[in-house]
Design a binder for this molecule. Sequence first.
Ligand SMILES: Nc1ncnc2c1ncn2[C@@H]1O[C@H](COP(=O)(O)OP(=O)(O)OP(=O)(O)O)[C@@H](O)[C@H]1O
Ligand SMILES: [Mg+2]
Length: 231
Amino acid sequence: MTTLLQLQGIEKSFSGINVLKSVDLTIRAGRVVALAGENGAGKSTLMKIISGIYQRDAGKVVYKGKEVEFTTARQSMDAGIGIIHQELNLLPELSVAENIYLGREPTKLGKIQWDVIERESKKYLAQLKQDIDPKTPLGRLSIAQQQMVEIAKALSLNAEVIIMDEPTDALTDIETAILFEVVDELRAQGKGLVFISHRLGEIFQMCDDIAILRDGEMVHQAPLQRSPKTT
Ligand SMILES: Nc1ncnc2c1ncn2[C@@H]1O[C@H](COP(=O)(O)OP(=O)(O)OP(=O)(O)O)[C@@H](O)[C@H]1O
Ligand SMILES: [Mg+2]
């Protein structure tokens, strides 16, 4: 099994409160690891450390065999790490396509290639079975649709590691089923995925491994016997 990303001895405190205590985690190619634990256990903080949004106080992040030190989200994105945030991270007044390509708009001779942005956005939305006009202002969409846009954005990065922080919370059953099909495709392509959820049924359906955080400590890590839905 190929290891894509490894966290070793990660420590993080906020205002003197230690919220991550020597945490280890391995993300492997072609596998989905569930990150579970109660509210406030430190799941999102750990993922934000991987993606360069927060800086760790101690420990190592080894990505594709090299120790990395991402200081911005942009750096982790460029390196091939995509994160779907728990809280929606989009701008409602911009269009769907603008949101998907924000800050990394393709240009030609100094001009933004809107036709490319719209075409590519449509392609990723179609992969998620979303018939949404990329020109629509994001704020006009339902929360579930906005979450699908966030997922489309992660797909558009063509990332090797994809972190999904409670992606199903805002989704209906139909969209959740679509997301799970896409997760299966990404797994088959050899991507390494982290799936955070409070729903055990989803974890047993989707995940190959489980890691459980309790009060900032990794208390359990083991392979899972997946029980994919047969219907
Ligand atoms: N920016 C911050 N400043 C101060 N404290 C923070 C910050 N971010 C997180 N925390 C604290 O760190 C701890 C872990 O929070 P985190 O959001 O990582 O938990 P979580 O496991 O993702 O919880 P949930 O399941 O509710 O999403 C909590 O006590 C939280 O209050
Ligand atoms: Mg969280």
